[in-house]
Design a protein around this ligand. Sequence first.
Ligand code: ADP
Ligand code: ZN
Length: 437
Amino acid sequence: MTETSEFFNPELETLNREQIEELQIERLKNTIQHCLHSAFYKQRFKEAGLEPEDIKTLDDLRKIPFTTKQDLRDNYPFGLASIPLNECVRLHSSSGTTGNPTVILHSRKDLDEWANAVARCLWMVGCRPSDVFQNTSGYGMFTGGLGFQYGAEKLGMLTVPAAAGNTKRQLKFFTDFGTTVVHAIPSYATRIFEVMQANGIDPRHDTKLRTLVIGAEPHSEEQRRRIENMLGVKAYNSFGMSEMCGPGVAFECKEQNGMHIWEDYYIVEIVNPDTLEPVPDGEIGEMVLTTLNREAMPLLRYRTRDLTRILPGECPCGRHHKRIDRMKGRSDDMIVLRGVNIFPIQIEQVLMRYKELGSNYLITLQTNEVNDSMTVEVELSQTYTGGPDAQQALTKSITSNLHDEILLTPFVKLLQPGSLAQSEGKAVRVKDLRKVY
Ligand code: ADP
Ligand code: ZN
């Protein structure tokens, strides 16, 4: 690996389709054998009347029942462990808003492979040992902290584990340490810019920022372009989830046209969330992932609840690992209002087209006397100077464009910059106050 090589791991990154599939079937067979050490999968296979020998081809994967988040909760905390606990060296746990949280166990090898995956992603977007990498993720159970930390160290960058919050201090680190690469969730990237503006910092002249890695929450293409323009960086979409380790599952290459999902680590399927049948490439469905090299807690056909599609066609970058489209949201993010299905990201797409608007918005759903309604509150941009008439015209235009996108007419409210609450972690975009009858 030299500074000028395009690949962190040329052998694995440039496999052709046939080689990828050969490796996948070999790793899948090993994974199945290994899974059967867990009480959970032993039982699952027994119930399904399935033997490891029944899986001979990649198509046979479909014989295996899905694993769900509920399975992880029901077997909390260690029911899916495939190695003895004394061989595990770390666990991560995701939020657990309803019922038990989920726990993911890692062996030393798992952590090492995870770091390799993240290093591969960062290398792909041009990060090199000469870079200074600042991570604004919380370091704790949230995998964006330690996940990026070990990946960036593996690559050899000078790392700044700034962790979440204290934006002024983040800015001081940018300038004092010459930070060139930042990892931030998209809502925090816009916050960074707001604080820069308030403190008279021009990112293009006063910092060396060049690359931004954004992920962990849904964001539109419009939001990405806006963040790139604000900060004067290239921003790359990063997909990960705790159940699959964390960051490093899928990542955009320099083409910025879909995220390569590392198929030596995962088998990706896209299924119709209702029928659970596979959908053709190019069609949106729920992403289902099977881990191929995990030791402590492999997962077979895990239903991520994330909606995306496989982008058909080849990527010019020379990697044949499939690309997934930016996430449309989770199936449970979908708003059903007066019989119409809406994803928050559709609203974001419309709002982000207006340079008069800032990046913070909140969708509130309410029950009124007659029916349910949606209110979209959005902050004006810090540089906006329009008076009442201009604001009225702007509100009208936004309302009409939202109507064209979601086929309902929401109430649109313009707010002064900084009015909406900022959440510590992932942005909260929807408040559902509807009465349930
Ligand atoms: P939690 O379930 O507590 O949010 P995670 O931190 O594991 O736990 O979050 C993983 C989820 O975050 C994914 O399932 C997906 O919904 C979302 N996510 C991660 N990366 C992206 C991304 N690049 N774009 C959109 N959503 C993302
Ligand atoms: Zn590519």
